[in-house]
Design a binder for this molecule. Structure first.
Ligand code: HEC
Length: 138
């Protein structure tokens, strides 16, 4: 009697632990997926994205008109080469993407300049990040 109670308790405990582990795993997966969607990571950047971003920067995105053809800045807008970043904290890829998609309120830096799409904003952010970190030439 004593024995089977103990066994039952042990079985219940195993189930509880297993369920908890499953729940944690599900949660972690959901979290990871959400992070991936919300926070772009430099490890996602491919040469094709950078090339696409270059074309957008100097084309539809109109970035060059304010930030300069070599990202050197102008009277209107700051350089996007290494500098004391004001809006895109530390010049992080995710921050550059955030500025491109949210703009800087009450300034000429609007969200999605030139009416670019979120995917185009990601490509152009990957270009700006790669140039500003010296990985590619403007
Ligand atoms: C009409 C002019 C204009 C255009 C076009 C424009 N920007 Fe800007 N951008 C600005 C200005 C002005 C600021 C500075 C805002 C402020 O006062 O803090 C800025 C800031 C930024 C910053 C933050 C710089 C920092 O020091 O933190 C990034 C990144 C940026 N722009 C990227 C882009 C990209 C990418 C594009 C094209 C998709 C673009 N901008 C198009 C005017 C422009």
């Amino acid at each position: 009697m004593q024995q089977s109670d103990t066994q039952r308790a042990a079985r219940a405990m195993r189930w509880a632990l297993l369920s908890a582990a499953m729940l944690m795993l599900t949660g972690a997966t959901a979290f990871a997926l959400r992070q991936q969607a919300a926070t772009p990571d430099p490890s996602e950047i491919t040469p094709a994205m950078v090339d696409l971003g270059r074309a957008i920067f100097h084309g539809q995105g109109t970035c060059f008109a304010c930030h300069g053809g070599k990202l050197e800045g102008s009277q209107i807008a700051p350089t996007l080469m290494p500098h004391k970043w004001r809006d895109a904290k530390n010049g992080d890829f995710a921050e550059i993407f955030r500025v491109a998609t949210h703009g800087v309120p009450s300034t000429l830096m609007v969200a999605y300049p030139g009416g670019i799409s979120p995917a185009q904003a990601k490509a152009v952010a990957s270009y700006v990040w790669s140039v500003s970190t010296g990985k590619v030439k403007p």
